[in-house]
Design a protein around this ligand. Structure first.
Ligand code: PMP
Length: 396
């Protein structure tokens, strides 16, 4: 294919996506990503960020980051294994380990990178991975990169997991078998059935891996799904991101010392890509310190989440089966979902539509992410708009 043909081919595909309502234009936000955002000069109630605790705009984190820039500069200067490991990075890793209740932790540049790094550093072509069908894209890519056999497990179906774990073990084909799951599934807000998963893991000698990007800062008074369920000793890899509830950027693995030491010598994003900036490391450490000191933000997040869910459900919206503050409004058809989101926007509420390929076809939704930073007035205002637009489009 020539370059000209390639571009014509891409243009054709893009047009097709637009026609099917599967092309999402990228919105450019003209303010910080707090509870109220500005787009096209217009102020909107923001129900689409992952800034669960409002920490992305917290004054204490901003102050810590500014001081860190003054002291450390704006960049780490080298990859971690040359001389880009500044003491702010090791302090961050120590805080993560304490927060998660593990022996050690390693920080990466993002949660995405972390999954790519961690899975492929430990698993290889002689191994198998049992992966929940709704696991995040970065888990899927990490599994592919490892070259291990990927065995898809029906979502949170413990019978299916048990049967596939048994078959993999009894086949005698694999050196290692790992089970991987999100801690909290971000599109529906449901929690992984970890007590059952660790029991099955024990029965069939599975390595356990939990990506708690949406559970950290949210469940277990903030410490995450694993600690919430008291399973720290039964989960080998606790993965997370510093970009959602923690409010900054970066990812991490928390686990036993030898696992973390192995990742430090084998995982390629750690070896070959520069670490997060000193300001990021210091701000994330500050966030963790705040969460360990006080439950206040976490409690406010849950209050707001429970309130929004109850009110939208009472209005007749299908909010699925969320067990966390994540509040989907499932609409189904893609174009209707996008129209609903567009009308919310016009009425002053930013709640992004989520359609295929992020969720299966025909399950389009507007996903609401209430945060600790929303006031009750903001939520009431958003709910009134939901009622108006929901009736107008015939959703409720
Ligand atoms: N894992 C899960 C479950 C996620 O939801 C996300 C973010 N969408 C990531 C990993 C990636 O995290 P980050 O944004 O830090 O790369």
């Amino acid at each position: 294919m020539t370059s000209q043909n390639l571009h014509a081919f891409l243009k054709g595909n893009l047009n097709e996506l637009r026609e099917q309502g599967l092309y999402n234009d990228i919105d450019v936000v003209e303010s910080s990503n707090g509870p109220i955002i500005k787009l096209d000069g217009k102020s909107l109630i923001n129900l689409s960020s992952n800034n669960y605790l409002g920490l992305a705009t917290d004054e204490r984190l901003k102050e810590a980051a500014i001081q860190a820039i003054q002291e450390w500069g704006v960049g780490a200067g080298a990859v971690r294994t040359i001389n880009g490991t500044l003491s702010v990075h090791t302090q961050l890793e120590e805080s993560i380990a304490e927060f998660k209740g593990t022996e050690a932790a390693i920080a990466y540049q993002s949660g995405f990178n972390c999954n790519m790094a961690a899975i492929s550093s430990v698993m290889d072509k002689h191994d198998a991975i049992l992966s929940d069908e709704l696991n995040h894209a970065s888990i899927i890519d990490g599994c592919r990169l490892s070259k291990a056999k990927i065995i898809r497990v029906n979502h949170s179906d413990m019978g299916d997991l048990r049967q596939k774990a048994q078959a993999a073990k009894e086949s005698g084909q694999y050196n290692k078998i790992m089970v991987i799951t999100d801690g909290v599934f971000s599109m529906d807000g449901d929690i992984a059935k970890l007590p059952e998963i660790v029991d099955i893991a024990e029965e069939f000698d599975l390595i356990t891996y939990v990506d708690d990007a949406h559970g950290s800062g949210v469940l277990g008074n903030g410490a995450g799904t694993v600690k919430h369920l008291g399973l720290q000793d039964k989960v080998d890899f606790q993965i997370g991101t510093l970009s959602k509830a923690i409010g900054v950027v970066g990812g991490y693995v928390a686990g036993k010392k030898e696992l973390i030491d192995w990742l430090k010598v084998r995982s390629r994003p750690f070896l070959f890509s520069t670490a997060v900036t000193p300001a990021d490391a210091v701000a994330a450490t500050k966030a963790i310190e705040l969460l360990m000191e006080s439950k206040e933000l976490n409690e406010r997040l849950w209050e707001n989440g429970d309130y929004l869910k109850r009110r939208l459900k009472d209005l007749g919206f299908d909010i699925g089966h969320s067990e966390t503050p994540i509040t989907p409004c499932v609409i189904g058809e893609e174009k209707k979902t996008q129209l609903f989101s567009k009308r919310l926007y016009e009425e002053g509420v930013y709640a992004k539509s989520i359609v295929f390929p992020t969720v299966p076809k025909g399950t389009g939704r507007v996903r609401n992410m209430p945060t600790a930073a929303h006031t009750k007035e903001m939520l009431d205002q958003a709910i009134a708009v939901y009622e108006k637009v929901g009736k107008e489009i015939g959703i409720i």
